[in-house]
Design a protein around this ligand. Structure first.
Ligand SMILES: Nc1ncnc2c1ncn2[C@@H]1O[C@H](COP(=O)(O)OP(=O)(O)OP(=O)(O)O)[C@@H](O)[C@H]1O
Ligand SMILES: [Mg+2]
Length: 619
């Protein structure tokens, strides 16, 4: 028997260009990572102004202009070679990192996967140097006229790594990452003026100033901010957070910094939420910027090339300090939203403002004269069943009425939640539905035929609204409520990127909303089912929801429908009339997926007679 000789590959060092390309895989994950590296270089060079210009969400061009101290002509080429840095000189420096960069790998990595042009001039030189690389290969280097500072242009990112280019997400998704990164960088350094232009539109232009002004300008929370202040032996806590009623349903509303470096930390994120205690309903997260100052020797940044993860020797103490600072801040006057008599537009029978889920107490009482009409729970439910252009049901359609004495369903009584179209024909139990009782302001107990249903009114309504919305988006038949006066407000850069992505579908969903210059948007109409809420809050919440849901793999249309359904659905504590309760179950049983809400929570539990008999040992 003959065996094929094994050819053992020879071990040899990789060529530098290949090493850079491999490193680029970690350092340059996506366009936003390039922006982060280049802006950090500008900040390390003492820049007091940084301009970020992005074309085609970074796949065409990323351009960063700074007025820092520049790179001398004889060092510019070295800056693009691997492990070349001006920021570390010995082992001791690594233990105490004061600059953003220190690894000496960002520039060679970026240059190896793009067409990069840098122009840099120091104050000592009369002329700048222009250097051009293509796929990491030096193309040219020559003197050129330019002001002191550095301009770097990264064009055609990943042009020579087709796999990476293919894996870049849609432009709109990259725009979102870019906007978050630009916001984080600008929040990290309020002493530096920043501008950020994305795809031809200036998203922000922030002069250097106070932390409070920067947070207010970038995160769009106006002046409704709580100052964080705290100090311990380990950490100084600062920053600004929004009041509980500005909370969002994901953690991206807040930014955490250690020694001016934006970091990811679920622990500190948790501390921020925990500090609010019960003021923050479950599932909501604070917004704002948390600034931590820690002795640099206690922070290990050298965990990952992206440097957004850090190891801290005194994490527990820092956690406690954040918690204390947030608690202190939330003790200030005016933090807890107060129910204001007179502004509520709710129907008197619909109960007080105790709402679980997504809305902090007293919130939905807002509509200070903005809408010409707002709807009660009853209308909310019935409105759903009525296509906007079709007159109210009559003739062949069953109109159901629930006798409040007996709970029996009577046909052809006053119109209540009546199904009107063929597809909306009642497909549930034929013997009628009877409300047996309510439990804990959330659960409805209904009898339908031989079966007993315990219905979670919120999840059930959410499911009904969700399926209805999905259908109506396609049919362009979602009813919008015109506002008496258009409402204009500013979105955060990240929200604005999402808005750009979703505006067409949002407008198909009952809104009339358009960009209004800068990051401003103008709302002229809101979906009728959401007309009881502040238009500004509704839109920003929907954008935040879309952000979370699309990251979790949802398509945009479903994300919008899910968000709107959740925001419009009756909550725990909303008291439904008997008709509304039976109408709700009736509609739920017609749903394609009646068993769970779009988040996957159950909508009802069904118990039949034999189940009960078994439980009581009758059979
Ligand atoms: N905008 C800039 N202005 C002045 N000097 C710069 C600028 N960008 C880069 N440099 C110089 O080029 C060097 C290499 O930059 P590079 O980003 O590759 O490495 P680094 O910043 O030292 O470390 P890291 O890889 O962690 O970012 C820097 O150390 C700095 O001296
Ligand atoms: Mg760097």
């Amino acid at each position: 028997m003959t065996t094929t000789p094994v050819i053992r590959p020879v071990i040899r060092p990789l060529p530098e260009r290949l090493i850079n390309k491999i490193a680029a895989g970690e350092v340059v994950e996506r366009p936003a990572a390039v922006v982060k590296e280049l802006v950090e270089n500008a900040l390390d060079a003492g820049a007091t102004r940084v301009d970020i210009i992005i074309e085609q969400s970074g796949s065409r061009l990323i351009k960063i202009i700074d007025n820092g101290w520049g790179i001398p002509d004889d060092q510019i080429e070295i800056a693009f070679s691997r492990h070349a840095t001006s920021k570390l000189s010995g082992l001791a420096d690594l233990e105490r990192i004061l600059s953003y960069g220190f690894r000496g790998e960002a520039l060679p990595s970026i240059a190896s996967v793009s067409r990069t042009r840098m122009v840099s001039r120091t104050a000592e030189s009369d002329v700048a140097t222009e250097i051009i690389f293509e796929g990491g290969v030096l193309q040219s280097r020559k003197p050129i006229a330019s002001p002191v500072g550095t301009t770097i242009e990264v064009a055609d990112l990943f042009f020579n790594t087709p796999a990476r280019r293919k894996f870049m997400k849609a432009e709109s998704t990259e725009a979102r990452y870019l906007s978050r990164t630009a916001t984080a960088l600008a929040l990290a350094r309020c002493d530096v003026a920043f501008s950020y232009t994305l795809n031809g539109r200036q998203i922000f232009n922030a002069p250097s100033g106070s932390v409070k002004d920067r947070v207010a300008a970038l995160l769009g929370y106006g002046r409704q901010l709580l100052e964080l202040r705290g100090e311990s032996a380990v950490v100084r806590v600062g920053g600004y957070i929004g009041k509980p009623d500005q909370a969002t349903n994901n953690r991206w509303g807040h930014y955490i910094f250690i020694n001016g470096r934006y970091i990811h930390s679920t622990t500190f994120s948790h501390a921020l939420s925990a500090g609010f205690g019960e003021m923050l309903p479950k599932g909501l997260y604070p917004v704002g910027a948390l600034l931590l100052e820690v002795d640099p020797t206690e922070v290990d940044v050298n965990v990952h090339p992206a440097k957004t993860e850090v190891r801290l020797s005194k994490e527990r103490e820092i956690y406690e300090a954040i918690l204390r600072a947030v608690r202190e801040a939330t003790r200030q006057d005016g933090v807890i939203p107060i129910f204001q008599a007179g502004v509520s537009t709710r129907a008197p029978e619909s109960g007080q403002g105790k709402r679980g889920g997504f809305e902090p107490p007293g919130r939905q009482a807002y509509i200070p004269g903005i809408t010409s009409h707002s709807i009660s729970n009853h209308e909310l439910l019935t409105e759903l069943y009525r296509p906007p252009t079709v007159p109210p049901p009559n003739g062949g359609n069953k109109v159901l009425h629930v006798d409040s004495e007996t709970g029996e369903i009577i046909e052809n009584g006053p119109p209540v939640a009546a199904p009107v179209s063929q597809t909306e024909q009642f497909a549930g139990p034929s013997e009628g539905i009877r409300l047996v009782g309510r439990f804990s302001d959330l659960y409805l107990i209904l009898q339908a035929g031989e079966d007993l249903y315990i219905v979670d009114q919120h999840t059930a309504h959410e499911r009904v609204l969700y399926e209805d919305m999905l259908q109506r988006v396609d049919q362009h038949s979602i009813v919008g409520q015109q506002l008496l006066l258009p409402v204009q407000f500013e979105l955060s850069p990240e929200q604005f990127a999402l808005f750009g992505e979703a505006v067409a579908l949002i407008n198909q969903s009952g809104f009339t909303v358009a960009p209004f210059g800068g990051r401003m948007v103008s709302i002229e109409a809101v979906p009728l089912i959401l007309s009881r809420r502040s238009p500004e809050r509704v839109l920003t919440r929907i954008l935040d929801d879309i952000g979370s849901l699309t990251k979790g793999g949802y398509d945009l249309k479903k994300a919008i429908a899910q968000s709107m359904a959740c925001r419009a659905a009756v909550m725990a504590g909303d008291r439904l009339s008997d008709e509304e309760a039976t109408g709700l179950l009736q509609r739920l049983l017609q749903c394609e997926n009646k068993y769970s809400c779009p988040h996957g929570r159950p909508t009802f539990i069904k118990i039949n007679r034999s189940d009960l008999d078994r439980q009581f040992g009758r059979c």
